[in-house]
Design a protein around this ligand. Structure first.
Ligand SMILES: Nc1ncnc2c1ncn2[C@@H]1O[C@H](COP(=O)(O)OP(=O)(O)O)[C@@H](O)[C@H]1O
Ligand code: SF4
Ligand SMILES: [Mg+2]
Length: 335
């Protein structure tokens, strides 16, 4: 299987492992929404200046409550949405500066897996046709397509006999395997997986997570894994970025983050993970209130209205990024 990827062309020859594959600098996405008072424009600050680096072959997770800007970030990274500002460097090119034609050529290396594959699989097409579409778009010669399609369905744990069926004939877990197969068709380097197991039963979730991990081992795939579920994130990540209201508030290795969370928001999220051992005592930090509107974010630290450690400075001054023992954190407790 690995050989097939190499045969595929130069895509298999990326930068060596542990090298930066993607670098994001100050990414913003503000959506213009309805006019505010007196006709002034109002902007939803869905993503408000995030910076991060993704290394080849790793899984970097982005975790946070629903509405914090995870999907918008993922879509901007693949240029499915046009960022308001910022830079996205991938293999020496700033994706934000590419023309539509240049981006089409780049698309084979950057793919997305969605939460609900059913919504994105055309119900009128057989699986074979669905998997052929990316090959047609990238002008892969016709005689190569069948063997690639058959190889890819086997890689994701489906049978070649499934190819002539339609999406509605599959279970949720199988449909996500098809969604993953579609993302793999062009042998990408980077996959952004947006809540890929959130719609699945818990027993099926682990099968799909294991599949993603196997693919990474076999093909050196790099993942940006988006989830609201820290339990899932703990299973799959190498590093974790915690997102709150459009900003990354903490980013570190998984072990450090789970053993020694620094940001009060990360601490609250981790305290809410259910424990399997009934003897293990854990004090749960209850988050007060809901996520504020990104159209009207709180001044100073965006988390301050919900923070148990809030100080005077937090209400007026935006905390800067600080590094503590290799963990990036954005909180006045550390500045
Ligand atoms: N097309 C859009 N127009 C206006 N607001 C949007 C649009 N897409 C997302 N938003 C808003 O941006 C914020 C972040 O959304 P999203 O990225 O989907 O969050 P998440 O994936 O973390 O749940 C939310 O407040 C959402 O309502
Ligand atoms: S900056 Fe202040 S309000 Fe924000 S998380 Fe830190 S302590 Fe809490
Ligand atoms: Mg989302």
């Amino acid at each position: 299987m690995l050989a097939a990827r190499r045969e595929w062309g130069s895509r298999g020859e990326g930068p060596p492992l542990n090298k930066t594959l993607l670098e994001v600098k100050g990414l913003k996405k503000h959506f213009a929404s309805k006019k505010g008072w007196f006709g002034s424009a109002e902007y939803v600050q869905a993503v408000n200046g995030i910076s991060l680096t993704v290394h080849e072959g790793e899984t970097l997770s982005i975790v946070g409550e629903s509405g914090c800007g995870k999907s918008t970030t993922g879509r901007c990274l693949l240029r499915l949405l046009k960022p308001t500002s910022g830079e996205i460097w991938f293999r020496g090119k700033d994706l934000t500066k590419l023309t539509a034609k240049e981006m089409r050529a780049m698309r084979s290396q950057l793919q997305m897996v969605f939460q609900d594959p059913f919504a994105t699989l055309n119900p009128k097409l057989t699986i074979r046709k669905i998997l052929e579409e990316p090959l047609v778009a990238q002008q892969v010669p016709k005689e190569q397509r069948s063997s690639l399609i058959e190889e890819t369905v086997r890689i994701v744990g489906l049978n070649v006999s499934h190819l002539d069926r339609y999406p509605h004939q599959f279970s949720g877990g199988q449909r996500q395997r098809i969604g993953i197969a579609r993302a793999l068709m062009l042998r990408p380097q980077l996959i952004v997986a947006d809540e890929p197991v959130s719609a699945l039963d818990v027993s099926i979730q682990s099968q799909i997570l294991n599949l993603l991990q196997d693919l990474q081992e076999q093909f050196g795939m790099t993942y940006i894994f988006i989830s609201h579920d820290l339990g899932v994130v703990e299973h799959i990540s190498d590093r974790v970025a915690v997102m709150y209201l459009g900003e990354i508030v903490e980013l570190s290795d998984k072990a450090a983050l789970f053993q020694n969370p620094l940001h009060p928001y990360t601490r609250a999220l981790i305290s809410a993970i259910p424990v399997s051992d009934p003897d293990e005592k854990k004090e749960r930090i209850i988050l007060q209130g809901d996520l504020p509107s990104p159209a009207n974010p709180p001044a100073g630290c965006r988390f301050h209205p919900r923070c148990q450690s809030c100080m005077d400075i937090c209400r007026t001054e935006v905390p800067k990024e600080t590094t503590v023992n290799g963990q990036m954190v954005r909180c006045h407790l550390y500045s």
